[in-house]
Design a protein around this ligand. Structure first.
Ligand SMILES: [Zn+2]
Length: 356
């Protein structure tokens, strides 16, 4: 008999006796205690067994569901939702079809997680590898083109010729040549350009072909020959480690890099290479800055200059420009306390080792 409690849970469908294809109008009920029964219009049981002994087909789209009783007779219905609702109280996770329904969501979540991890992996591992490959296969003409277009853009828009007196320029240029002569490219590998910075203000930056720009404003702000040299040594470090080129390639993204390495210099890649001014908007990573700082300290030390110059300069921009300044130089060369401390510690370490 159908109890009061389960009377509402009644699914309409058809029933097939074992080994026949003759359909009988029937309904399916779940009795208290978990017994499944297919009954005819008059309420007489056609087949009945414990839920655990019945086999319920998985839900696949709107395909009719089949419940196979222990006696091999089959109840079939298109009322998928009704079946799910009816059987929900008795279906245990891990047993039967409801389990596979529940599994659907964790599986989707897992898929999303895997895709996200893959994307992270591409950015963490594929991009750095592609960047290194791109740097390796970059024809020497590319950095030259990049740099000359950047200089042309800047000279046409923000820069004015330097107003530093000839003697100051000569002193800086001479010592710059000494610094450059002991670095990887040699003194011919670098060109120092003096400019009045305009809205770029106190700044120094290196372009990938070894072109280094020093603004009058920076020389005035530093107000100390050694400090200026420390900054120039830092910029030589950026060139030596090919930071700018890496930076550009990183910004090109996976697609750009693949096109670039594949030699398909289409419009997109040309944009990346010709839009030289984009170079200035790129920020070096913190690790690139740290690398250039160490380079400056080592180079200054090796050439008999003051290895602490770069720390002094960082302190200067911290004090003069303040943390809230939106100066390009500060944003591209953040003078964080840890950076100041790092450079100071490393310079003192080098000096101590030298006197031992
Ligand atoms: Zn830097």
């Amino acid at each position: 008999m159908v109890s009061e409690a389960t009377a509402g849970r009644l699914i309409r469908g058809v029933w097939y006796a074992p080994q026949t294809s003759r359909a009988v109008e029937a309904s399916l009920v779940l009795e208290t205690g978990g017994r499944l029964t297919a009954q005819d219009e008059a309420g007489a049981a056609l087949a009945s067994c414990e839920f655990s002994a019945a086999e319920v087909s998985d839900r696949v789209g709107s395909i009719a569901r089949r419940i196979t009783f222990a006696d091999d007779s089959v109840f079939e219905t298109g009322d998928n939702d009704g079946i799910d609702r009816l059987l929900a109280p008795v279906a245990k996770p891990g047993s039967g079809f409801v389990h596979s329904l529940e599994r659907f969501h964790p599986r989707l979540a897992l898929f999303v997680v895997v895709v996200a991890l893959l994307a992270v992996a591409i950015y963490r591992f594929a991009v750095p590898v592609l960047v290194e490959v791109a740097v390796l296969v970059t024809p020497p003409v590319v950095p030259v083109l990049l740099s000359s277009s950047t200089m042309a853009t800047l000279d046409g828009t923000v820069f004015e010729p330097s107003k530093l007196d000839a003697e100051t320029q000569k002193n800086i240029a001479d010592d710059f040549r000494d610094l450059a002569s002991v670095s990887a490219r040699g003194s011919d590998g670098y060109t120092l350009n003096f400019r009045e910075g305009g809205h770029i203000g106190p700044n120094a930056f290196a372009l990938p072909d070894g072109t280094i720009v020093l603004t009058d404003e920076l020389v005035k702000m530093a107000n100390d020959h050694q400090t200026v040299l420390g900054v120039l040594a830092h910029e030589i470090g950026h060139v030596d480690h090919e930071h700018s080129l890496r930076q550009i390639y990183r910004a090109a993204g996976v697609t750009g890099l693949i096109l670039l390495i594949g030699g398909d210099v289409g419009a997109g890649v040309e944009d990346i290479l010709i839009q030289g001014s984009a170079l200035l908007q790129l920020r070096h990573s913190r690790s690139a800055e740290a690398e250039a700082d160490r380079f400056s300290i080592e180079l200054m030390h090796r050439t008999g200059n003051d290895p602490l110059a770069i720390s002094r300069f960082l302190e200067l921009i911290r004090d003069k420009l303040g943390d809230t300044s939106d100066s390009d130089f500060l944003s591209t060369h953040p003078a964080t306390p840890s950076r100041i401390e790092e450079t100071r510690r490393y310079a003192e370490e080098l000096m101590a080792a030298a006197t031992d």
